[in-house]
Write a protein that binds this ligand. Structure first.
Ligand code: 7PJ
Length: 341
């Protein structure tokens, strides 16, 4: 059986996007008003593994509908609030509710739209955290930040933590296992009504970087995410609630990450909004030579801009100020008189 994929290409921005759409030569990329694609790469994956590619002036079979909290004119910036003692990039600096809350407030002042609060490090090689400990870490932080009026997401793989976080005021659930880790997570989300972020990973955090393998990483990740979206819909989680994320660094070697990044626009074919998290990851360090995760700001911002120009709806970052400032410059260059991108 041949499987067919369509990757948006020939991207144009701002007034060019408006013109291309008006002339019927382009369509909005992922529902983002400031970006249009004018070509699609038709990718056919044949039985036995052969892949053929050609450009066409076509449209994606499915357009993306934006959830109300998203912004059609620009990507939202999700600031990372770690409440873990072993998080690799901030050394557990916020392992303490008070400090995590202050850090979240700081990220809001810097321009974050969403705060992603996590109590379990899922970086390569890390061990899981007992449920009670995870709850003890994240719930007070979520409650305080939500109470202060901020939009909070919870980064967890556990149904009980999801439920408690929503009860404490979280508005989104971000699961790096795409509801596969905890057998109850799917039901917990079917009962809720919040947006759910489904991230691709191969293997579990402890072993995922040992020897990741794919036939074609970009397409394999696409198939996996499409299957998770279908499974969620079948379990009663409406498609309109889902956000997909290719999971940079999760069971992917350097080359895998580059392949996924280059073809990021492919994932718009899933027909749901997209999130990317590449902030400070090893892949950025490998490209820049910066060994200290906390010093990988410049490379991370470069990656975030690439994702933004490829229609990402949410950028998950540690360095909110740097990202927001860089986005402002790209946005002005793309559409000086508008508020696009
Ligand atoms: C991601 C995440 C990511 C989503 C982490 C780190 C590791 N959630 N949680 N996407 N990464 N959705 O921040 O380096 O890429 S934890």
């Amino acid at each position: 059986m041949t499987r067919t994929y369509f990757r948006p290409a020939g991207l144009v921005y701002g007034p060019d996007a408006a013109l291309a759409i008006n002339e019927g030569r382009g369509a909005s990329l992922g529902g983002i008003s400031a970006t249009a694609y004018t070509l699609v790469e038709r990718i056919e994956r044949h039985e036995g593994g052969n892949i053929s590619r050609r450009f066409e002036t076509g449209r994606l079979p499915r357009a993306t509908a934006l959830a109300p909290f998203l912004d059609a004119s620009r990507p939202l910036v999700m600031g990372i609030v770690n409440v873990t003692p072993d998080s690799f990039s901030d050394g557990g600096l916020s392992f303490d509710a008070g400090r995590a809350i202050a850090h979240g407030e700081q990220l809001i002042r810097e321009g974050a739209d969403i705060l992603d609060v996590g109590g379990e490090s899922t970086r390569p090689g890390s061990e899981g955290v007992p449920e009670d400990e995870e709850l003890r870490r994240v719930i007070p932080v979520i409650a305080a930040l939500a109470q202060a009026g901020h939009r909070v997401s919870v980064d967890t793989r556990k149904a009980r933590v999801m439920r408690a976080a929503l009860a404490a005021g979280a508005e989104l659930v971000n699961d790096v296992s795409a509801l596969t880790f905890d057998p109850e997570a799917m039901a917990a989300m079917a009962e809720a009504s919040c947006p759910v972020i489904l991230m691709h990973a191969q293997g579990d955090p402890k072993t995922m970087q040992l020897n990741p393998r794919y036939d074609d990483v970009a397409l394999d990740v696409y198939d996996w995410l499409a299957a998770r979206i279908a499974a969620c819909e079948a379990a009663g989680i409406a498609r309109a609630r889902l956000i997909a994320d290719p999971g940079i660094g999760f069971g992917k070697n350097f080359r895998h990450n580059l392949d996924v990044m280059r073809q990021f626009a492919l994932y718009h074919g899933l027909g749901v909004p997209l999130l990317v998290g590449l902030s400070r990851k090893a892949f950025i360090g490998a490209l820049t030579g910066e060994k200290v995760a906390g010093q990988r700001i410049n490379g991370s911002v470069g990656g975030a801009l690439w994702a933004a120009l490829n229609g990402a709806h949410i950028l998950r970052v540690h360095d909110v100020k740097a990202t927001v400032e860089a986005l402002a410059v790209v946005r002005a260059a793309v559409a000086p008189d508008e508020s696009g991108l």
